[in-house]
Write a protein that binds this ligand. Structure first.
Ligand code: OOB
Length: 542
């Protein structure tokens, strides 16, 4: 098994400790402490379940013992694919307690993504819920098992069929391990995947706890707050910005929302008197539209975080009047850096910027194509390093060579400008992914799937502005022989076992791609050309 590590140069690590960012807290340690301090406070509500902090801790210890009873050893990796249910917390903190390493998959991921995570992380186990809505994760688990030789165990929450039911595993005899080093890796998060398949992001206890402790503070969470997880909780935004982890750190109450539709979310906001939640821009638009006709009283909501993709100033300016709460923009990434507008910022900053970094020690460089810093107000490429931004991906030398500078800055691929007050405005993106309602889709990954179809000679996937999704994906395809049907091609891609959000929204057949006088153009230039042509000839609603 490859070692998991994340190493900051000595002098940085020393500074981050000295300044009190890294306090030696661990993922399990802070929760245990909270359970000691406020055992009877409600920690999480989901469906019919409601657990206090003491109850959550009891379940965490139980699931730690149960995972170890399977013969899993500290340091082994466990792919976790769970929807927004309270068990997400008992499983994940149970893994932390057992010094096992969760790898966070999204509920939408399918065989292609899951087997990639299992393989890249060398995972020994995979945890799923039996069913979520119509989808049966045990069917997916069977496919994963058949494909991933190294996977020893599949653990199911609920009716397990031939797999191990977490609740039925023995929990008595095992000795739980000593707490891990705070500088060790707590889990693997997944990247948005700008080139090819998602990369694995090793985050340490020290760095991650800092990011959500500080986030909880910036977002005003305390023991009176009720945080609702509306987006899939395995994503970095609802997990830690301030997310469910920030909420637990602050001793708040969590409400697990099974679907982010306005209907479901508003009903839960009313029922549980939710004070703060976070959504992606397309959902914010839907919620704003639904609010006036809704029968639910959502007046307890104080703060709506919006992030994951660009929120237009026009939409941002309507949040207060339509939803009656303060907007907090958040611009973050699973690799680290997170920016927030502050709750007491003037309206102009809240509406027109994507916030400023969490930490005084977040270093932000905005440079031109030559790597020279640009002036305030000018757009440039965002590079960053700091006390919770990674210095490298797991098991991916090629990606590391591309994504990090010699002196350890992460190349975010985002084009931003900085205001005189130090706030960032997202202006665009240099990389070739589609930001589809906050879900990142790699053009290259989808092109590879299209190319596997016998009737596809070549394919280029680009992002197109979309009034609802922010961006949608459009695949330009040169057919080989007879043109395939659009629906057949989309279902072919879906049939390759991909998250639904990656299936091209639109397919345009063309006879050829332009070449330059010199010959073939790069994929990047080709995608740009196709996008420009498309925008010139086809109206946005097409
Ligand atoms: C969040 O994390 P990821 O890893 O799924 O995606 C990161 C990328 C950023 O590099 C940027 O391209 C885009 O998502 N993004 C935004 C944005 N927030 C994220 N683009 C424009 N405006 C924003 N407000 O998406 C994420 C992680 C933590 C907190 C919030 C979002």
């Amino acid at each position: 098994m490859l070692e998991l590590k994340q190493v900051w140069p000595q002098e940085y690590a020393a500074r981050y400790r000295e300044k009190g960012y890294w306090r030696g807290e661990t993922m399990f340690g802070f929760l245990e402490q909270r359970a000691r301090e406020i055992p009877d406070h409600i920690a999480v509500i989901g469906g019919e379940q409601q657990w206090t902090y003491a109850e959550l801790l009891r379940r965490v210890n139980e699931s730690a013992a149960r995972f170890l009873s399977l013969g899993l050893h500290p340091g082994e990796r466990v792919v976790v694919q769970l929807p927004n249910v309270p068990e997400f917390l008992s499983v994940v903190f149970g893994l932390f307690r057992a010094n096992l390493i969760p790898v966070f998959a999204l509920p939408a991921h399918r065989i292609t993504e899951i087997s990639h995570f299992v393989e890249k992380a060398e995972a020994s186990a995979y945890v799923v819920v039996a069913k979520d809505g119509d989808f049966d994760y045990r069917v997916l688990a069977r496919e994963v098992k058949a494909r991933a030789a190294g996977l020893r165990t599949i653990v199911v929450i609920g009716e397990a069929e031939e797999f191990d039911a977490l609740d039925h595993l023995p929990q008595a005899l095992v000795q739980l391990p000593q707490p891990p080093s705070p500088s060790s890796i707590a889990f693997l998060q997944i990247s948005g995947g700008s080139t090819g398949l998602s990369k694995l992001i090793p985050r340490t206890h020290d760095d991650y706890v800092y990011s959500f402790r500080a986030s909880a503070d910036i977002c005003g969470l305390d023991e009176e707050s009720v945080f609702m997880a509306a987006l899939p909780v395995a994503h970095n935004f609802p997990m830690s910005s301030p997310g469910v982890f920030g909420a637990l750190y602050a001793g708040s109450r969590i409400v697990m929302c099974p679907s982010p539709s306005a209907e479901t979310a508003f009903a839960l906001i009313e029922k549980h008197r939710v004070t703060i939640t976070g959504v992606v821009p397309p959902l914010a638009l839907l919620w704003m539209q639904a609010a006036s006709a809704s029968v639910h009283d959502i007046s307890t909501l104080d703060v709506l975080l919006v992030g994951g993709a660009k929120f237009t100033p026009e939409a941002a300016s309507r949040v207060r009047e339509t939803l009656g709460c303060t907007l907090q923009q958040v611009f973050g990434m699973a690799e680290g850096l997170v920016n927030y507008t502050r709750l007491d910022d003037p309206q102009d900053i809240i509406v027109n910027t994507q916030g400023r970094p969490i930490s005084p020690d977040d270093e932000v460089l905005i440079v031109d194509d030559q790597g020279e810093p640009v002036m305030d107000g000018e757009p440039g490429l965002l590079l960053t390093r700091g006390p919770y931004t990674i210095r490298g991906y797991h098991n991916d030398d090629a990606a590391n060579a591309r994504a990090f500078t010699q002196d350890g800055y992460y190349r975010t691929g985002d084009i931003v400008s900085r205001t005189a007050e130090g706030y960032l405005v997202v202006r665009g993106r240099a990389g070739d992914h589609i930001n589809r309602a906050g879900e990142k889709v790699s053009a290259e990954e989808i092109e590879d799937h299209l190319l596997a179809h016998p009737a596809v000679f070549d394919a280029a996937v680009v992002s197109i502005p979309d009034p609802y999704l922010g961006e949608r994906s459009c695949a330009f395809v040169i057919p080989r022989g007879e043109k395939p049907k659009t629906a057949a091609l989309r279902s072919f891609v879906r049939g390759r076992g991909l998250a639904e959000f990656k299936v091209p929204d639109q397919i345009v057949f063309v006879d050829a791609f332009e070449t330059t006088a010199v010959g073939k153009v790069s994929r990047k230039v080709l995608r740009q050309q196709l996008r420009q042509q498309f925008l010139k000839t086809i109206p946005m609603e097409a």
